[in-house]
Design a protein around this ligand. Sequence first.
Ligand code: SPD
Length: 391
Amino acid sequence: MQRKRLLTLIAILVIAVFALAACGGGATAPQPTKAPDVTKAPEPTQPPQQEEPTQAPPSGEVKPAEEIVVYNWSDYVHPDMYKIFTERTGIKIGEDNFSSNEDLLAKLQGGATGYSIIVPSDYTVAIMIEEGMLEELDHDNIPNLKNLDPEFTKLYYDPGNKYCVPYLWGTTGLGYNTEMLENPPKSWEGVFKAKESDPWYGRMTLLDDVREVFSAALIYLGYDNNTKDEAQLEEAKQLLIDAKKGLAGYDTDNYEDLVGSGENLLAHGWNGDFLQAADEYGNINYYIPEEGGTIWIDNMCIPKGVTPEQKLAAEMYINFVLEPEIGKMLGEYNYYATPNKEALAIADPEYKENPLVFPPEEIRAKLRFIKPLGEFESVYQRMWDEVKSAQ
Ligand code: SPD
């Protein structure tokens, strides 16, 4: 009898200790936060195990298409994302790539069809909505919209996410080879007025992107990067023409690899592209020059002209991307910032505390959005053509 009471007491004590441990009752010191090292990658994320089906196709007459094509920027998905989605839904995903918002716009305006999801940046979404180029989203098919940070549901170009869902956001600045360049230029002046004695002279590239390049030049000159003042634009154009002699070229597709391999030392480009390449080459860093840079939000949208079946499959894919585990996997792999608050809640500290992915307030204050300019967009394009064709 006494032994039985003793055993019961021991059992209660054991259960209590386990319960306390499970509740985190054990005292542990908070981990100190350390500045993230951009040259070292966090461990690749394990593809999440399926807990529940992504989303049962809504009952009704429409069945999702068997295959859809996403028209996206290159290197902008986690390598397992499409596979996981296909395993869950049976819907296959193909991908085609564009290099700039202007290329995407021109292609669709030129009548390209076959894409069920496109990924334009903020100002291009505004243009596409204005031109009636996007389908309205059926929010009933995208219940994971609730996972978006509220900040991303009130965007100037699409309040209430009527036409699109933010995918990732990032910044545009300069990346450099840390082994071959000890002191990269702090100011855009080093890019636009490079001297022959500068180690990066002739070994740097600018993005092949009209609005990004003019934004950098206008920010350097102290002007609004969305100016409609032709005299300011002329000045920026002349600066860009004079800067050409110090450039290896304009490049949007391989600039980070050319910096990593040491062929170039410095490049204008997107934060996540440099940080992904830093994983591969181990010798790249990224920064925003002292005058500032640009900030942007890329979005998943459905172009007009898709079939109801493609639209449903596209909405299922958008809903899938909004799952917390998928959002975490996508952001951590690409080193771009997720707009998904539930993904962020479960993300690794190394990701969410990386100031090159989530810039601190003093840097945020120096970042500018590229805005839609209506008819005036053609003035930028004309000046860009003049820059590109100048000898
Ligand atoms: N490799 C993915 C790059 C995505 C860049 N999109 C942003 C463009 C902003 N002008």
